[in-house]
Every structure is written in structure tokens, then in C-alpha cells.
Design a protein around this ligand. Structure first.
Ligand code: FES
Length: 932
């Protein structure tokens, strides 16, 4: 059969699986024999060595055919537009993005997917090197690497990087993917076992500095218990769920940054064959509680009653481009997309404002009747802040006073798995399959928003493709899918495209930060004042705070931060919510103060950094001194740092930067249940979902250690509210500390029961549960760290290359050195991206986002990721499970500041606005205005 001709150019201008008939229709019309939507063509493929005949529609993409119609869900969709590589398969042996290929183009050709790799050396090395974190990008990385090894059996690291550079990993396991591919080339067919768990190369991964005793299971490099599933395509993500009779949903989104909806007419959409339900503000008044938490306070029934700025699943007026206007459920995704175009909406455009400082000026467009300064939980429109001493006294006592402004941009979480939800009702019980970092929180949210008892909601998340703060509660997509499923009387799958995920969910809030700092001539801080503005979008999903000032010893401090409503995509949690942007501002400012005082920034930090929380409360343990001194020595700071910034001759300039961090590691409530049967097999039930940090494995390690049994003797049960107890949820880097603490308590109880009663017999089991809520009294529990970065800047092109990166962290006891390193490297790489590239750029005239997507936002790729060295300094404060502290967010926190300070040291010009793009560097060196 001849391949049907469909214009590739026209196709690529569409959005892959989000491809609409409108996008393809012009191309089809130009052809001699167009086939109507729904008309099928018979094609034959050889898939993983087996011949498959399929009846396909012209508009089906190859990935759609593989996933939905052949059932090979190991191939993932990350962007649906040929940007991320998650859907990479081999077509006649060549790697292609299967989201950018029509199925009919593959007629008569051979396709290889991850399911076609059987115990491949690459898979074994991916597991051994802990390359997959969330695992969502893994099959794409594997297939690109496979293509490389087919032609280059022993690749170098550079060749591996080049081969996989089209495969984005937002968990940023780039170092480990490259190492794994090189190792696979060196060891092809070698003896490494392909197993779920066991000791990795523990020697090379040993913690460098430890004053605490070794344990039996914890602290040894251990493969993730689900590494094989994540490396073979067997892990089931929410988008892989298929239910009988399932409908597909799509969302119509606002093209206006601010508009009143005058009329919605969905009659034509409802008349389209295959459409089963349409919802909009007119027939769906569900409040999305977690979508606008009052004053940044956790949304609950009390807050719900008093908040004035209530957010609905569908709002009128709409307040940002991309806000949901209506949603359709239909028999397939293409029909749903056709139907969206048949919904007539009359808008009355309203004035809009994008910039938080502009939004507070007199006469600015008002997004809410009470004004654009977002109210706190008591509905008071006042800034947030902190005060210690009297800054006027501090400035009067200072020898030098410095003032400056810094700004940061909106950066998106950009987790590889876009939002997706499958909702199904069984009588009055709702089951939601959704990628959430907190199944228990999601259930509470869904029950509250839909007005049903929590026990009538089941939330399931087997695997999820990254979180980074983007999926902590329920999402509007979950609510919309649930309402559509109810109305249609059938299960509904709602998938967001990458663009929708960028503009429709949330990212990190952009800031403007004005600092005033007073110092003695020896560099001793006297006063710090911060006036800040945070752009929250039109709904407040987090505090909007700007952190960092509190990490300095200083007698006089005053901060005033205004969380401001704007007509841009909403801002909220993203890996260390208020920290990376705040640390960039204050630690750039302090680096500049040190430079103006001719001080080494390391000396300045050691003189002024926190030694007690808020200069008053002792830490449970303290290692910041050691992090900085140890790091400076290992990094060879004195050799790399330029005492005269920008002093290198020639266009290629090198410099070094440093920053430090402390991040919360408090204790709190979570739960665990452990069961043992007559065979001595343990089941550890925990409400974690494992966003990529290895939570399931960590819970297993903790249980095994406390129970005194090997990891292989227990199973971890996770990600299902009907099977697991409450867990705090994977946000705030709390899972290891809080749920791990509960696992220890439950294991102790079970051990006691076994000691008293012996192991159960027959069909009996022993069960222990724990729901502890520990607190820290009179002290503050914190994790500490310091990052050291060397960069090379091409002063003519503005290009920045990170040539050395060292991250030193005290995260308490390291539970698993293998996965811990992955966490630190991932956060640091994200920080590099935030410092140098990432930004959601807006058209100021239309209020539309221009760079929503991986390429547009310049998310870091294999080519951008340097080799990152990690040093762990272990301490034990006697709290937390075996002394563990928080980790997941901490490495992102100091990274942008360290990179920015290194750029200053290289070029001698302070870059004050993130991202530090090439254009800004070239302009700065030419003495032109560089303000964002
Ligand atoms: Fe690559 Fe998560 S492992 S995106």
C-alpha cells in the first residue's frame, strides 16, 4: 500500500496528538484524495519484530497508534510537538520523535520501542547508574542511546551527549544517562546483573564526611525497587490508564489575558456526533479550592468560607491567557478537539496588566474589586514581611550603605509528564487516576470541591513523571474530568498538551527585589532592608514570599513583600518555592557588597552567615561552616576565583562564584502501616507516590533497617488512597522525614508484637500502624549546603559555559547515596537553567505567552548540563528517621545565585536580572541598558 501523502510541514505546525482537524485540513484539502476525518487506511508495521496491521486515521500520530491502538505505552508523550524526545522510537533503525510522525508514514516500516529491548546492556546500566528518576523520559533516552550503540558500539561521553541531546530530562539525570551509555559501550554483554535492588558501586558512592555510625541497609547504594519497571516501559503512569468505554476530553482556553465572557453557545459542539458532554462556567460551578488559597494559607473549610477571591474550575471573567473556558468529552480525542472549535464564545476584552510593579500603580487595571495587592488569610490587603531591630538605626551605624534592584523571571516546573487525569464514577464513588505528589491531599481536595465525603473518592497514582511542586494538590483538570465523567456517564481521560501545561497550571513567581544593605568597613552587616514584589498571576496559590534575608546574622532586618495579582499564568510551588529567586537576589547583593569592599566572598559569607535561626534559635545541628570550608578547599576556590573580577584578558573569561543555603527540615505528621504474614514477608503501606526522588525505595530501606530484614523480604504498597494510609505528600521535601518517621514507629510496634506473639501462622497476619506527629522543641531543624561554580564566558557571543560545579550538602544521614546524588545533581542543573535560560516571555501588547514549551523556555538539555560533583557531609541531630533531613529541594535553592556570582567574577559586570541570557551579557559588556 502506498503511503498517503500528508504535508509534513502542515502537520508539524499542529501539535502532534493535540493535532486538530483544522491544523491538518488545509493539507488534506490540497491532496487529490483527501480522506474525511474518521476514514481509516490499512497499514502494516513491523513492531518489535512482529508484523501488525492497523486501520488508522490519517490524523493519527505514530505515538498515538503505538500507545492507544497497539498498547505499547512504554513510549511517552512529553510535549506532543517534537521538543522533548520522550516519544523517541526507532523507525527502520533511526531515532524519530513518534509524536511528529503520522502513523500512515510508517506503513511498511520497522518500528522498535522500549518494549523491544530485552535485558539490553543499556537498560542494565541505566539501572546501575540510577539514570531514571521519575522515569518518564527514560524510554526516549534509551532509544536514542540504542541508535547510537547500533552504529558506535563504544561511544565517548561527548558522543552519548550528542546522541541524546534531543531527549530532555527535567529530573536532570543527564550525568547519569551519559555515564550509563558509556558504561554500556564498555561493558556490552558484560556480567552486570539486571535486578531491582542490591548494592550499587557503594565504594565510589560513599559519603565523604560522616561522624555517625554505619547501618546495615541504610546508607548503602541501592538500586530503586522500581528501577526495572521504569527502564523497561512497564511502569504505568496516569496517562497509560485505559478503561472500558473511556471518553477523551479537551479544554477550550481563553485567548484573552482578561475578558468577561458574554455568551457561550455549545449547541453545535453538542450536536457533533461522538460528543458526550460539554461543561463551562454556565453549567459547572465547582470551586477549585487549591487553585486560590487565601493569603497563601492552606485551603480548608474555614478559609473557604472567608476567602473573597474564590477560584472556580471555570471562571468568568477569565483572567489569563490559557484559563479554562469550557471542556468537551467525546468518543476520541480528535472529535473532542473538533468540538472545541464549534463552541462559540463572545468575549468582552478588559484592560490587563502583566507586571507586578505596574499592577500596583494608580490607575492600573483592577483584576479583583479589592485591588491587585493580594490579601492575606484575613482578607487584609497588606504586604508580608519580617522585622528585627530598627533598620534606620542599622544604616546610621553603618560605614557603607549599598542599594540595588534584582529581578527574576517566571520559570515553569516543566515536569516531563504533562497533566492528565482519568476519572471514573461507580455509582456515587469517584476514582481518579492522576499524577499527584499527595494522594491523600488530592482526595481531601476532590471531596471538598465536589461536596462528597472523602471515603467516596479514591485517588490512584502508580507512577508519575516528575512534580517539582506542580502536582501537590488536586488540579482543575481532575475536577473537570470528574464533572465530565459524571455528566457523560462514562470514564473520561483529560490530557493537557505541553503548551496547556505551561500556561494553564503554574510555575515559579517572578520577582522584583529592592535591597538596601548597611555594613561596617570590615564587612560586618548592620542592616538589611528588602522591598519586594511577586507576580502571582490572578489567583494566589502560594505565599509569594521572597526568602534569603533571614540567613544572615544582622541586628536590623526589615522585609516587605507584596504578592501582586497580574494577568499572567498563575505562580505557585516550584522546588523550593520562595528560595531560589530570593537567594539569587540577596546573595548577588551580598556578593556585590563583598566585591565593593574588596573582600573574598567566602570570607564575607563566613563572617555574616546564619549561626542561629533568626539570630536567636539554635539549630538542632549545624554544619554550614564545614560545608563552606570543605567546599572551598575541594573546589580550589583560591585558584579559581578572580580577585579582580573580569580581569582575564581576551574574549574568553573565567570566574568563580559561591552561594550557601539552609532549608527547612522540620518534623510533622504522616502515617504508615506494616503487615507481616506467616512466611515472614512484610508489606509496607505508605501513601507516597514517588515523584522521582526514590521515596518508595527509601521507605523500604527504612523499614528493612528497623525490622532487621533484607530489603528483598518486603514489598512497598503505595499510591492508592484505598490501600494506603495518610501521607504528608511529596512536597516540601518532607516524605523521608515525616513518612519515614512513621515507618520507623510502625516497624518498632511490629517488632514488639512479633517478640510478644511470634510470627503469625496460617492465614493470619500481624499489623502495626503509626500516625506520629513529632515536633522540634526550642530549636530549628535545617539542612545546609554550599555551591561552588566556575564558568567560562565568551564575552563576544555572551555564551556562558559551566566548567566546574561542586555541591556540598548536609542532609543529615544519607539514606541511599545512589539516589541522593541524583537529587542533588537534578536540582543544581535546574538552577543553572533558571540562571541562564528559562523564562516564559509575554507579548506586552496582547498579553499572550510566547515561549510556552521546552524550546521556547530553554529548559536545560544534555548539552547544557555540566558534570556536577557532590560532597555529602553527614550529621545526626538524633531526630528524623535515623537522622535524615530534607534533600529534594535544597540543591535548587543556592544554584542560580552561585552561577550569577560566577558570571560576575568572570566578566566584572553584575547581572541583576534572570535569566542571564547571551543578549543581556553582550549588552552589559557594551554598556547598554540590560534591565529586564
Ligand atoms: Fe528524566 Fe524524570 S527521569 S524526566
Amino acid at each position: 500500500m502506498a503511503t498517503r501523502r500528508v504535508s509534513r510541514r502542515q502537520f508539524l505546525e499542529g501539535t502532534g496528538t493535540a493535532l486538530t482537524v483544522a491544523a491538518v485540513a488545509p493539507a488534506l484539502r490540497a491532496q487529490p484524495s483527501p480522506s474525511a476525518p474518521g476514514t481509516r487506511t490499512s497499514i502494516t508495521l513491523t513492531v518489535n519484530g512482529s508484523k501488525r496491521t492497523l486501520e488508522v486515521e490519517d490524523r493519527w500520530t505514530l505515538v498515538e497508534a503505538l500507545r492507544d491502538h497497539i498498547g505499547l505505552t512504554g513510549t511517552k508523550i512529553g510535549c506532543d510537538r517534537g521538543e522533548c524526545g520522550a516519544c523517541t522510537v526507532l523507525l527502520d533503525g533511526k531515532p524519530v520523535y513518534s509524536c511528529s510522525q503520522l502513523a500512515i508514514w510508517a506503513d511498511g516500516r520497522a518500528v522498535q520501542t522500549v518494549e523491544g529491548l530485552l535485558n539490553d546492556p543499556l537498560q542494565r546500566e541505566f539501572v546501575a547508574h540510577d539514570a531514571p528518576q521519575c522515569g518518564y523520559c527514560t524510554s526516549g533516552q534509551l532509544m536514542s542511546a540504542k541508535a547510537l550503540l547500533n552504529t558506535t558500539p563504544h561511544p565517548t561521553a561527548d558522543q552519548a551527549r550528542a546522541a541524546m541531546t534531543g531527549n530532555i530530562c527535567r529530573c536532570s539525570g543527564y550525568n547519569h544517562y551519559v555515564d550509563a551509555v558509556v558504561a554500556a559501550g564498555n561493558n556490552a554483554g558484560g556480567p552486570r546483573a539486571f535486578q531491582a535492588s542490591g548494592s550499587g558501586s557503594a565504594e565510589s558512592l560513599a559519603v565523604q564526611t560522616s561522624t555517625i555510625g554505619a547501618l546495615t541497609t541504610i546508607g548503602h547504594a541501592t538500586h530503586r525497587i522500581d528501577a526495572v519497571e521504569r527502564t523497561t516501559g512497564k511502569a504505568t503512569y496516569s496517562g497509560d490508564v485505559m478503561l472500558p468505554g473511556m471518553l477523551y476530553a479537551r479544554v477550550l482556553r481563553s485567548p484573552h489575558p482578561h475578558a468577561r465572557i458574554v455568551r457561550i453557545d455549545a449547541s453545535k459542539a453538542l450536536a457533533l456526533p461522538g460528543v458526550k458532554a460539554v461543561v463551562s462556567n454556565e453549567n459547572c460551578k465547582v470551586v477549585w479550592g487549591a487553585g486560590s488559597i487565601s493569603g497563601g494559607a492552606q485551603y480548608n473549610e474555614e478559609i473557604k468560607k472567608i476567602t473573597k477571591h474564590r477560584r472556580y474550575a471555570f471562571n468568568n471573567p477569565v483572567r489569563f491567557v490559557g484559563e479554562p473556558v469550557a471542556a468537551v468529552a467525546a468518543v476520541d480525542r480528535h472529535t473532542a478537539e473538533e468540538a472545541l472549535q464549534l463552541i462559540a464564545v463572545d468575549y468582552e476584552p478588559l484592560p490587563f496588566v502583566l507586571d507586578p510593579e505596574e499592577a500596583l500603580k494608580p490607575g492600573a487595571p483592577q483584576i479583583w474589586p479589592e485591588g491587585n495587592l493580594s490579601p492575606n488569610a484575613r482578607n487584609e490587603n497588606v504586604p508580608i514581611g519580617a522585622k528585627r531591630g530598627n533598620v534606620d538605626d542599622g544604616f546610621a551605624a553603618s560605614d557603607r550603605v549599598f542599594e540595588d534592584r534584582y529581578s527574576t523571571s517566571f520559570v515553569h516546573n516543566a515536569q516531563m509528564e504533562p497533566r492528565v487525569c482519568v476519572a471514573a464514577w461507580d455509582a456515587d464513588k469517584l476514582t481518579v487516576y492522576t499524577p499527584t505528589g499527595g494522594v491523600a491531599n488530592c482526595r481531601t481536595d476532590m471531596a471538598r470541591d465536589l461536596g462528597i465525603p472523602p471515603e467516596k473518592v479514591r485517588v490512584v497514582c502508580r507512577y508519575m513523571g516528575g512534580n517539582f511542586g506542580n502536582k501537590n494538590q488536586n488540579q482543575d483538570a481532575d475536577l473537570i474530568a470528574a464533572v465530565l465523567a459524571k455528566n457523560a456517564g462514562a470514564p473520561v481521560k483529560l490530557e493537557l498538551s505541553r503548551k496547556e501545561d505551561f500556561i494553564g497550571v503554574h510555575g515559579r513567581w517572578p520577582t522584583a527585589q529592592y535591597y538596601k544593605v548597611g555594613v561596617k568597613s570590615d564587612g560586618t552587616l548592620q542592616a538589611i532592608q528588602l522591598r519586594g514584589y511577586s507576580g502571582m498571576g490572578p489567583y494566589r496559590k502560594n505565599t509569594g514570599n521572597i526568602a534569603g534575608v533571614e540567613l544572615y546574622q544582622c541586628p536590623h532586618i526589615e522585609t516587605s513583600i507584596s504578592p501582586v495579582y497580574t494577568n499572567r499564568t498563575v505562580s505557585a510551588n516550584f522546588r523550593g518555592p520562595e528560595f531560589p529567586q530570593g537567594f539569587f537576589g540577596i546573595q548577588s547583593m551580598m556578593d556585590d557588597v563583598a566585591a565593593k569592599l574588596n573582600m573574598d566572598p567566602v570570607e564575607f559569607i563566613l563572617k555574616n552567615m546564619t549561626r542561629k535561626a533568626g539570630d536567636q534559635t539554635p539549630y538542632t545541628s549545624y554544619s554550614l561552616d564545614e560545608c563552606i570550608r570543605r567546599g572551598a578547599e575541594a573546589f580550589e576556590w583560591k585558584k579559581r576565583w578572580r580577585s579582580r573580577p573580569g580581569s582575564d584578558s581576551g574574549p574568553i573569561k573565567r570566574g568563580a562564584g559561591v552561594s550557601f543555603m539552609a532549608f527547612r527540615a522540620g518534623l510533622g505528621r504522616s502515617s504508615a502501616v506494616i503487615r507481616v504474614d506467616a512466611k515472614g514477608r512484610y508489606a509496607v503501606h505508605v501513601g507516597v507516590t514517588d515523584v522521582g526522588g526514590g521515596a518508595k525505595t527509601t521507605m523500604g530501606l527504612i523499614a528493612a533497617e528497623e525490622l532487621g530484614v533484607p530489603l528483598s523480604q518486603l514489598d512497598v504498597v503505595w499510591g492508592d488512597t484505598d490501600r494506603c494510609p495518610y501521607s504528608v505528600g511529596e512536597s516540601g521535601s518532607r516524605t523521608t522525614i515525616m513518612t519515614g518517621y512513621a515507618v520507623v514507629e510502625a516497624a518498632r510496634d511490629l517488632k514488639k508484637q512479633i517478640a510478644e506473639k511470634g510470627l503469625p501462622t496460617g492465614d493470619n497476619v500481624l499489623i502495626a500502624s503509626a500516625n506520629p506527629n513529632p515536633t522540634v522543641q526550642g530549636k530549628v531543624r535545617s539542612t545546609f549546603g554550599a555551591h561552588f561554580v566556575e564558568v567560562e564566558v565568551d564575552a563576544e557571543l555572551g555564551r556562558v559555559r559551566v566548567t566546574k560545579y561542586l555541591a556540598v550538602h548536609d542532609c543529615g544521614r544519607i539514606m541511599n547515596p545512589l539516589t541522593a546524588r541524583s537529587q542533588i545533581k537534578g536540582g543544581a542543573t535546574m538552577g543553572i537553567g533558571m540562571a541562564l535560560h528559562e523564562d516564559l516571555v509575554y507579548d506586552r501588547r496582547s498579553g499572550s505567552p510566547l515561549s510556552a514549551g521546552y524550546y521556547g523556555a530553554r529548559v536545560a538539555t544534555h548539552r547544557d548540563a555540566p558534570e556536577i560533583e557532590v560532597i555529602f557531609i553527614e550529621s545526626d541531630d538524633g531526630l528524623g528517621p535515623f537522622g535524615a533531613k530534607s534533600m529534594g529541594e535544597s540543591s535548587k535553592v543556592p544554584s542560580p545565585a552561585a552561577v550569577a556570582n560566577a558570571v560576575f567574577n568572570a566578566i566584572g559586570v553584575r547581572m541583576k536580572d534572570l535569566p542571564i541570557t547571551r543578549e543581556k551579557i553582550v549588552a552589559a559588556l557594551a554598556g547598554r541598558e540590560v534591565r529586564a
